[in-house]
Design a protein around this ligand. Structure first.
Ligand SMILES: CC(C)(COP(=O)(O)OP(=O)(O)OC[C@H]1O[C@@H](n2cnc3c(N)ncnc32)[C@H](O)[C@@H]1OP(=O)(O)O)[C@@H](O)C(=O)NCCC(=O)NCCS
Length: 164
């Protein structure tokens, strides 16, 4: 069992996934690990999601624009990840045993910082949130609810963060 407040030894790594780079063995391996984490974390929300369908979704996005990923590792093991474009947070997931230690908060903060400081000229960051924990996390990081929507799988809340 992982103890709370012991996360100082976790390491963070950033990756940029582009159409040209997405089949590079290192990028593909990271993307597959992130896909596994997302599929396992969203099993209650979207039970039909598979690694292969997630990878297709990633390919669709990277056909048009770069995708950014921040991962948290404990040793070599990926325990959390956030995936985003220059104006949208696409997914965030932390492995169940590593939740409630601040990993989610750090991932959101890193994504906001990177979007604000280096990659975006947009005025807002948006995200679709499917869970109460997600809503609390994004609210705490300055996102405000905008509107409710629904995919064929489940309802979601669109939240937005102004870039000042
Ligand atoms: C949402 C998710 C990414 C949050 O990850 P996390 O690493 O647990 O997030 P944090 O630890 O930063 O914050 C979660 C809670 O832990 C608390 N916490 C943070 N650091 C803490 C610490 N050191 N000690 C005790 N509690 C702590 C936070 O206050 C927060 O409490 P709250 O739920 O009452 O608001 C994770 O629950 C997850 O992967 N869920 C499944 C997928 C999902 O819901 N994605 C999000 C939206 S679609």
């Amino acid at each position: 069992m992982v103890q709370k407040n012991k996360n100082t030894n976790y390491s963070f790594t950033s990756y940029i996934i582009t159409k040209e780079l997405r089949n590079d063995p290192e990028i593909l391996s990271i993307t597959r690990s992130v896909a596994n984490l997302v599929v396992e974390s969203f099993v209650d929300i979207n039970p039909g999601l598979t690694v292969e369908s997630y990878l297709k979704h990633i390919d669709k996005i990277t056909d048009k624009q770069p995708l950014y990923t921040e991962v948290i590792k404990n040793g070599n093991k990926i325990i959390g990840a956030i995936v985003y474009t220059n104006d949208e947070i696409i997914d965030i997931a932390v492995k169940e045993n590593y939740r409630n230690q601040g990993c989610g908060k750090k991932l959101v903060e890193k994504a906001i910082y990177n979007i604000k400081e280096t990659i975006s000229k947009q005025s807002k960051i948006k995200t679709k949130v499917f869970t109460p924990t997600g809503i609390r996390l994004f609210k705490a990081e300055g996102f405000v609810p905008n509107y409710y929507g629904s995919s064929e799988k489940s309802p979601y809340l669109v939240m937005e963060h102004e870039i000042s």
